[in-house]
Every structure is written in C-alpha cells, then in structure tokens.
Design a protein around this ligand. Structure first.
Ligand SMILES: NC(=O)c1ccc[n+]([C@@H]2O[C@H](COP(=O)([O-])OP(=O)(O)OC[C@H]3O[C@@H](n4cnc5c(N)ncnc54)[C@H](OP(=O)(O)O)[C@@H]3O)[C@@H](O)[C@H]2O)c1
Length: 271
C-alpha cells in the first residue's frame, strides 16, 4: 500500500525520523520516495547518512511538491506558518497526516482552504523502537483508502487504534503522555530494588524488563490484567502483600486522575 506513495515528512525530528525508519523497514518503500524537510542543514545531512537515498529539503514547498502523502511533524507552534507555506503545493488528493497535538482536522482543512483529505494522529515516542501506540481520526474528506495509507504508515512503527476525533484529548492523556508515567514507574521500581540492596544497574534492568514483559503478556495473551495479576498473587504470598500496600495508597485512582489531568490540559492547549 505505502510503497506506491511519495511521502513527505515536514519537520523531520524525533517523530519524523521514527516514521522514516518504519517506512523503510516495514514497507520496502524505495528511499527515493521519501522526502524530509527541516531547517537545520547539518541535521538534514545527518538524516541522509542515517537513511541513505532519501531526499532532503530545507524548503517545505519543494519537499511536498508531487508528494501523495504529507506528514506534518513540526511543533504545534510552527504549524500555521508551515500550512500557509505548503497549501498552494498540495494537490486535491494529497493526503495530509498530522501528528500535532491539539490541532484539529477542521482547523487544518480550514487553513488549507480546500476539500483535501486530512487524518489526525496521536502517536507516542516508543514508536522510535517500533513499539508506538497511535490513534487515528479522519477529517471530513478522508476516505477508506486514505485511512488505509495512514494505518500502514503507523503500523510500521507500532500498533494503531481508530477513534472519533473528540477522543483525541483523552488519547493524549492516556497513550500520548503515558510513557512519562511508565518511566516514573520504572524509576520508582528501580529505587525499590536498590533500597533492598540490588545494585542499581541490575535493579534498573530488572524493573524495565518486568514492565516490558508484563505488557507483552497482556497483549499476547489477550487476558484481562486483573486475571494476570491474580495468577501472580499466591494466597498469603509476597505479591498480594505488596498489592494491598499499593491499594492502600490509591495507585489506581492516582493513574485515573493523572489521565484526566493530562486530558484536561490537552483540551486547554488545543482551545
Ligand atoms: N514527542 C512526543 O511524545 C509526541 C507524541 C505525539 C505527538 N507529538 C507531536 O509531534 C510533533 C513533533 O514532535 P517531535 O518530538 O518529533 O519534535 P522535534 O524532534 O522537535 O521535531 C520537530 C522538527 O520540526 C522541525 N521544524 C521546526 N520548524 C520547522 C519549519 N518551519 N519547517 C520545517 N521543519 C521545521 C525541527 O527541525 P529544525 O529546527 O531543523 O527545523 C524539528 O526537527 C509535535 O507537534 C508534537 O505535538 C509528539
């Protein structure tokens, strides 16, 4: 699906680079079909050495000219200027995919000023290691083929869910911001091990692998996490003693509230 496209990444930073890597590995996309833009010439040269054969541009207009898919991956503050720059270069059937937090498909459509297909995405940083979680929603003029192309793009760097656009702030609070909560969890778990005398590098590796393995077991088995937790908690054993401690400190309520707070902040930033 993707290999038929010419894909322009406007703002090839962290997210853009992850997508380029995913397209090259996951879809056998000819490198010459990938066009990447950013302003810093040294960083553009680095991109070419990381991904030989891709085309790089410091001019966004040139980057998107002739592309069938354009991925907007600049920071939200730069989005309006970039859209103004490129609007005139987009064909009526160019698919615009945005990864920008808070920017609605309606706002992008309005700024482009034509009936152009737009898909909004909310990825997260584990896409850098091909384990991202991305939610997609379609704008007014995107059809199934456009969705399929966007799906293919983000599946090359992780897993994809389709959601109605009104849920994008909630997705930002859950999976968009979620890696931050998990890093805190890993850090705290590490400290727990260190407190009990485990050398820090080993505690860190054990903690990170425990989170990774537990997540993989949830995904691969399809079992409800509560069932998997029950399987670890032997009656009268160690895990149930710790679970009782976590419950008394409201771990679950804390996380539910954290997602609510991040969702509210996302709404605030987008308004
Ligand atoms: N990181 C996350 O966890 C995450 C999650 C979901 C969504 N997002 C969204 O993804 C977007 C990108 O995030 P990121 O982490 O990849 O940021 P990043 O690494 O800073 O990448 C943004 C890139 O845009 C380039 N850029 C800035 N202005 C430009 C312009 N006028 N023309 C062309 N390129 C320009 C910058 O390079 P130069 O300075 O060289 O131009 C930079 O490489 C953000 O809008 C964010 O909301 C991020």
């Amino acid at each position: 699906m993707l290999h038929q496209h010419h894909v322009a990444i406007v703002g090839a930073g962290n997210i853009g680079r992850a997508l380029i890597g995913g397209m090259l590995e996951g879809h056998d996309l000819e490198p010459s079909r990938i066009r990447a833009s950013r302003r810093n010439p040294a960083a553009l040269a680095e991109l070419v050495s990381q991904f030989p054969g891709i085309q790089t541009f410091s001019d966004n207009r040139e980057a998107v000219r002739g592309a069938s898919v354009v991925v907007l991956a600049v920071k939200p503050a730069g989005a309006a200027g970039v859209l103004d720059e490129i609007a005139g270069e987009l064909a009526d059937d160019t698919l615009v995919i945005s990864v920008l937090a808070g920017l609605t498909t309606a706002a992008i459509e309005a700024q482009i000023g034509r009936k152009i297909p737009v898909i909004r995405s909310m990825p997260n940083t584990p896409m850098i290691v091909d384990e991202g979680a991305t939610a997609l929603s379609a704008g007014t003029f995107a059809d199934d083929d456009h969705f399929e192309a966007a799906h293919a793009l983000f599946e090359s760097v992780g897993r994809v869910e389709v959601v109605p656009e009104y849920l994008m702030d909630a997705v930002t609070g859950l999976s968009g911001s979620g890696p931050a909560y998990v890093y805190m969890f890993i850090e705290a778990l590490t400290d727990g091990g260190v407190k009990q005398g485990i050398p820090r590098p080993q505690a860190f590796r054990l903690a990170a692998q425990t989170v990774f393995g537990a997540a993989k077991l949830v995904i691969d088995s399809g079992k409800h996490p509560a069932i998997l937790r029950d399987e670890v908690t032997t009656p009268g054993g160690t895990a149930i003693a710790a679970v009782a401690d976590l419950e008394s400190h409201g771990l679950r309520t804390m996380l539910i509230n954290a997602v609510a707070t991040a969702t509210a902040r996302s709404k605030e930033l987008g308004s």
